[in-house]
Write a protein that binds this ligand. Structure first.
Ligand code: FE2
Ligand code: FE2
Length: 410
């Protein structure tokens, strides 16, 4: 085994690692493979005789191995089998150098997750450098998120897609021409304006989700559907107001752009959303029960149902993280404790926290008149979800959350 040391330069990857590339093959072939000793900053090239590949991998320990190029002129793919028998090396990208290669990967190569086959007969330094460079990019793209499954459809997004998609409401369920203006009260109109504006906060929420979950595709894909539904919540309430002669100013949608910092723990971020969705669900359901105006009742009922679905979906993604690591469970419960515990200055809602501008405080005050009851109902549902998250039936109150946290830090 011969190691070529590249000059030490900071890697552009956020992992700040030196990436290794191994060229593996029969001894007589190795020196003829035209890859420079230090082709890129932060990349080391090792040339490894195929029989020694297993020992080489043992010697790497925790170091990254970004790309393996297997010289397999006589059809011997042994090093690939060795590589893929090690679960910690599944992220390593593999290329095969072969003579007169087939255009498509053979099933076995596909099983071994081979990126591509390079023609050994017509090998140029440029072609090899191009393949390895693509391998490095692919390796970085895969990242370190432990929730990325081997197959696309094994992600949680696929698991909840049908349920989420088939419980959507149809825009044709609403007929704004049927609004009975005479049945509306002034406080209701205030609440409606406030709700439309509060819903504007979900768009920057979607921006943040995509930023915070940039290294995966499952939650991010679902967040797109979630964001689309939330955008309807603003739109439908603004259209209703328009029908009764009230225009909502665009500035309110932009006031919400102030970005809030990326959360430290994703399970905690999801818990905050479980709580805000559960509370929003109860607000809308209560408002729907109280109004006498039939179109508004339908709208608020549909929105309440959406918010319940959102809470359940956020729960599914939160549970996926909590099942994976206890630190996620602790972070989620800490977040729950922050939001559920202290109601001395009124009910806290993330939308209120992140949105200090308010156009119609009387509307919000009106909601808060019902808030103690609504919030109790919502919070009981949140506690039920936390019991499920922790698989612990003893969590019945906010005090039990505190006890759980104490037991974890003790
Ligand atoms: Fe909403
Ligand atoms: Fe929602």
């Amino acid at each position: 085994m011969k190691t070529e040391r590249a000059y030490a330069v900071a890697s552009p990857s956020p992992e700040r690692a030196v990436h290794r590339v191994a060229i593996v093959g029969p001894r007589r072939e190795l020196d003829g493979v035209p890859l420079a000793e230090a082709p890129w900053p932060g990349v080391l090239v090792d040339r490894v005789v195929d029989e020694a590949f297993d020992t080489y991998l043992d010697g790497l320990g925790g170091e990254t191995l970004a790309v393996v190029v297997v010289v397999a002129e006589a059809g011997d793919r042994g090093p690939l089998r060795v590589l893929r028998s090690r679960p910690e090396r599944l992220r390593t990208r593999a290329y095969v150098l072969a003579r007169a290669p087939a255009r498509l990967l053979s099933p076995v190569e596909d099983d071994w997750d081979v990126e591509g086959i390079v023609d050994l007969d017509r090998l140029t330094p440029e072609a090899l450098a191009h393949a390895v460079e693509n391998g490095l990019r692919a390796y970085r793209a895969l990242g370190t998120n432990p929730l990325i499954p081997e197959y696309y459809l094994d992600a949680t997004y696929n698991r909840i897609f049908d349920w989420f998609e088939t419980t959507k409401w149809d825009w044709r369920e609403l007929d704004l021409s049927q609004i009975r203006r005479d049945l509306l009260t002034e406080p209701e109109i205030d609440i409606l304006q406030e709700s439309a504006i509060i819903e504007f906060g979900t768009l920057p929420g979607a921006h943040n989700f995509l930023r915070e979950w940039a290294d995966e595709y499952s939650f991010s894909s679902w967040a797109l559907s979630w964001g689309a539904e939330e955008a309807r919540h603003s739109l439908v309430q603004c259209r209703y107001l328009h029908e009764i002669g009230i225009e909502v100013r665009a500035k309110h949608a932009l006031y919400k752009r102030e970005p809030y910092p990326i959360g430290e723990n994703r399970a905690a971020t999801l818990m905050m959303n479980i709580i805000s969705e559960s509370r929003a669900a109860e607000y809308y359901k209560t408002l729907a029960r109280l109004t006498r105006e039939p179109v508004l009742r339908t709208i608020w009922r549909l929105l309440g149902r959406d918010e319940s679905r959102h809470a359940r979906a956020f729960f599914v993604f939160c549970k996926e993280l909590v099942d994976r690591a206890e630190e996620n469970a602790v972070a989620a419960v800490q977040m729950a404790y922050v939001w559920l515990a202290d109601r001395r200055r009124g009910v806290k809602h993330p939308a209120g926290l992140f949105y200090p501008h308010s156009s119609s405080t009387s509307g919000l005050r009106q909601i808060e008149r019902y808030a103690p009851v609504m919030t109790d109902v919502a919070d009981r549902k949140v506690l039920a979800m936390i019991r499920n998250l922790l698989d612990d039936e003893s969590v019945q109150s906010v005090g039990d959350l505190k006890a759980y946290l104490r037991s974890k830090v003790a």
